[in-house]
Write a protein that binds this ligand. Sequence first.
Ligand code: HEC
Ligand code: HEC
Length: 213
Amino acid sequence: MASVSAGQAAYEQNCATCHGGDLRGGANAPPLRGVGAADVDFMLETGRMPAAVPWIEVGHLEPLLSQATIDAIVGYVTSVQPGGPPIPSVLAGNAARGRKLFEENCMHCHGSQGDGAAIGFLDWAPSLDHATLTEVAEAIRVGPGEMPRFGERQLSATDMNDIAGYLSAHNARPDVMLPLATSGPVPEGLLGWLGAGLMAFLAYAFSARGNHG
Ligand code: HEC
Ligand code: HEC
């Protein structure tokens, strides 16, 4: 168990510029009071945080911090204000049942093979090839970004295990951890794509202003 003071020091070094002292949030990022262990762990394990630039989604990267630092920051954030979903314990369950649950709850965003898909203007549900079992379970309970949060009533612990079991079997690896080497170009491509979308949006917004003003 990493010490809370080590976690606080790591938080101040890596997170406070955006999320503020005492997790109170800032102009550049939301408060982290009561977000819960699963949320912080998911964001750090998938390399989404610490962000380089606020509000630019990068998708799944290698973790940017060491495991010890991640555990320490999770401990610090949850010590300041408990609450939010804990890191779920997950086992690979019944893959056939998991496929059905995936079709009902996940496919319309993540695509029939979990390869990722556009979900409306400027938004993208990522490929599920890179998430570990734990990260799948965390995403289900947390609902990162535009993804809805699924509580125990929508998806029980068994349902969650079965979905993880399906994704694990689908990705042909027991722990759902594909080599990240294959993911290198994806975040960059996505960034470029987002950038192009943003430019188009700005151009549209300014021309619309011009027309009406
Ligand atoms: C450059 C600014 C920046 C830095 C540095 C940064 N974040 Fe964030 N963070 C954001 C922004 C902006 C969001 C909200 C948008 C998003 O999810 O991308 C966010 C969202 C989050 C969330 C989700 C919050 C919620 O409401 O569910 C967590 C958890 C989080 N950050 C943790 C961290 C931790 C821990 C660190 C340090 C290791 C960190 N962040 C560093 C900008 C930053
Ligand atoms: C409304 C669309 C939507 C639905 C429904 C949805 N997701 Fe997501 N999901 C997203 C988006 C968008 C993200 C990216 C969030 C971000 O990075 O801010 C995401 C991220 C994820 C991630 C993280 C992937 C990674 O490697 O970083 C996992 C795992 C995941 N979803 C699993 C699921 C599962 C399992 C279900 C069904 C129980 C599901 N999602 C349902 C939109 C959706």
